[in-house]
Design a protein around this ligand. Structure first.
Ligand code: SF4
Ligand code: SF4
Length: 350
């Protein structure tokens, strides 16, 4: 991995030049102190790179909220089905390290079993450009091991050095994008050290889980019947927002929709789903395998801290804090984990 240095003002040259070969996506400030990842097209100067965590991660660029998987007509024999998988080269600017880890999680999930061609087409066409962040009171990435960008999980990563950007080059694609579009020079050892120091300084966070990530399965293995699930279930209103804002949640529903004015044609559509919604686990015949909010909350925690750590050797919570900021009843993910730590390892971090 190499490091380059780009003068601050050259970032706009880089963006403008990249726009000739890529669609651009980046964080934009919206009313109500919200930051949202948007397609920038010709308003790329609206992009902000020094920003607190966005309300939603850039997940929807790679895994849209709603997408058509195929179209069909059924007015002849056999029925005609057409599926087109396309993706435009897209540069996603300004991704924080935790969200790059979130994309790593999605990469693993959508490669599992039969790889998902829709996700992978967009992922292969994406240039991931990370940026150093400004953690807020709900961030706990330092304790989740996601403070630094994941090795092999980004193309370029920018760290603010006041008058310049330190650019970590994470892939050949990133190196080419830089070489073709902007003037940079080799970083000095001192600049690399400063960049590392700046990233490490963000570790001073108010919140954190009190256990090492690799030990989480030990913690959750024996807590299936803990009364805390009922407490969370009594407060939770099952809105599903904690799922929708999460950079690693990937559940979806698939449905066939007929054209409103033509009963012989339609499309198969995939939309985001959420395990906290009351009917998520309803199966044919009407049985609901998780019909209480307590069961659904427990499931969410297990899907973050136990099952993926066993299967992928990675926690599917990256410490972004979004589920806490967006929860209308203030369900605190860190407090819940630390409740189990206290119960199992009073007073200590394993
Ligand atoms: S579970 Fe909450 S804190 Fe963890 S990654 Fe998802 S939204 Fe972020
Ligand atoms: S955001 Fe809060 S209230 Fe809504 S489903 Fe998640 S935990 Fe429950």
């Amino acid at each position: 991995m190499s490091h380059r240095v780009m003068q601050k003002e050259h970032i706009w040259t880089f963006v403008e030049n990249l726009a000739r070969s890529h669609r651009l996506v980046g964080p934009v400030a919206r009313p109500g102190n919200q930051i949202s990842f948007e397609y920038l097209d010709d308003h790329w100067r609206d992009m902000v790179l020094d920003y607190p965590p966005s309300q939603y991660p850039p997940k929807s660029i790679l895994f849209p909220r709603r997408e058509t998987l195929l179209t069909f007509t059924i007015n002849g024999e056999p029925p005609q089905v057409s599926a087109t998988v396309t993706a435009e080269p897209t540069a996603i600017f300004g991704i924080h390290a935790c969200d790059l880890h979130g994309i790593r999680c999605l990469d693993m999930v959508f490669a599992d079993g039969v790889p998902d061609p829709y996700y992978h087409a967009r992922r292969a066409a994406a240039l991931l450009i990370g940026v150093s962040c400004r953690p807020d009171a709900e961030c706990f990435c330092a304790s989740m091991g996601t403070l630094f960008p994941p090795e092999g999980g980004f193309d370029l990563f920018l760290t603010d050095l006041d008058t310049a950007w330190l650019v970590q080059v994470g892939s050949e694609k990133g190196a080419a994008a830089l070489a073709d579009n902007v003037e940079c020079r080799e970083a000095t050892a001192e600049q690399i050290r400063q960049g590392q120091e700046r990233l490490a300084a963000r570790a001073l966070q108010q919140k954190g889980i009190h256990i090492r990530v690799e030990h989480l399965p030990l913690l959750f293995g024996g807590e299936y019947h803990d009364p805390i699930w009922d407490e969370l279930g009594e407060r939770c209103i099952s809105c599903g927002e904690c799922n929708f804002v999460c950079p690693t949640c990937y559940c979806f529903d698939v449905a066939d929709e007929m054209d409103p004015h033509d009963s012989t044609s339609g499309r198969r559509v995939r939309t985001w789903d959420a395990c906290q919604l009351p009917d998520f686990a309803v199966v044919a015949g009407g049985k609901n395998y998780r019909d209480t909010a307590a069961q659904r909350n427990r499931h969410r925690f297990y899907r973050k801290f136990l099952y993926p750590v066993l299967k992928y050797k990675k926690s599917f919570c990256v410490g972004c804090g979004r589920c806490v900021r967006s929860c209308p009843v203030d369900i605190q993910i860190v407090d819940t984990v630390n409740h189990f730590v206290e119960q199992n390892l009073p007073g200590g971090k394993s």
